[in-house]
Design a protein around this ligand. Structure first.
Ligand code: SAM
Length: 260
């Protein structure tokens, strides 16, 4: 990989949360789960490019499963952690302008990248450029499923208000047509992994206010903070707000392929 330069400003949010990112996003259990979903879809004989590698926590789990992983990320703060895990196989770079040679990559992955700010059109165009003909891009979305229980409805409405144009959605309905318009055919989902967890409305309100899980609220502009406050008040006003709800979701891999 050739070097790429950071873009000041665009990385500030992830630089700031880098020290607490892993622990606040499910730690090694999440990473091991994602690696377990990706690994059977990857060829161990070919290197893997992890685009938006972050702290390298998922890449490290893939490495432990026998894959040689290279990583690119826009945030120097996140990459500092990835470098501790992966050594010099990581570089600062923009997913929309990858520091990688054309048609040089057999397989690429991204976990929780496409809701996090990059223009997915630019990412798909770049991935189509760097993949070899027939190469695959495996994506685990952050918002592939939106729960519709009482907590999910309130959080979903908050997300829609904070992101009215849907740029932070990253499920197949939005991404499949964008990918095919930019050189990658969508082949469907694979490795579905149901996850069941418990959270109470009060816990969720606390998490949103703390800027942690299940929402982009940590990137909310000051002007939009009243929307967050209102959503948290609605969560606390639900019946039995201390009672954990059993929430069922699923993580899955979206498979994209460059024409052979
Ligand atoms: C939610 S984190 C996910 C990190 C990692 N893939 C994981 O699953 O733990 C999103 C990552 O995408 C990176 N990112 C956001 N926009 C990017 C871009 N345009 N190019 C490269 N990386 C980007 C952020 O810096 C951050 O590290």
């Amino acid at each position: 990989m050739s070097g790429g330069g950071p873009t000041p400003g665009r990385t500030a949010a992830f630089d700031a949360i880098a020290p607490t990112y892993d622990a606040s996003r499910g730690g090694t259990a999440r990473a091991a789960g994602f690696a377990g979903q990706l690994a059977p879809l990857l060829d161990p004989a070919e290197p893997v490019l992890d685009i938006g590698v972050g702290t390298g926590i998922v890449a490290a789990e893939l490495t432990a499963r026998g894959h040689r992983v290279y990583g690119v990320d826009l945030s120097p703060g996140m990459l500092a952690h990835a470098r501790e895990r992966l050594g010099p196989r990581v570089a600062v770079g923009d997913a929309g302008r990858l520091p990688v040679r054309t048609a040089s990559v057999a397989q690429a992955v991204s976990t929780w990248l496409l809701h996090a700010g990059p223009d997915p059109r630019a990412v798909f165009r770049e991935v189509a450029r760097v993949l070899r003909p027939g190469g695959r891009y495996l994506v685990i979305p952050a918002r592939g499923m939106r729960p519709t229980d009482d907590i999910g409805r309130i959080v979903g409405e908050l997300e829609d208000r904070l992101d009215p144009s849907g740029t932070r959605q990253d499920g197949p309905a939005l991404l499949a047509p964008l990918a095919s318009a930019h050189g990658l055919a969508y082949e469907g989902t694979a490795s579905e992994r149901p996850t069941v967890f418990r959270v109470s409305p009060t816990d969720m309100a606390r998490a949103i206010e703390g800027g942690r899980l299940f929402t982009g609220a940590w990137q909310v502009a000051d002007a939009d903070l009243p929307l967050v406050t209102h959503a948290c008040a609605r969560l606390r006003a639900l019946p039995d707000p201390e009672l954990p709800r059993v929430r069922e979701m699923a993580d899955f891999v979206m498979v994209f392929r460059r024409a052979g």
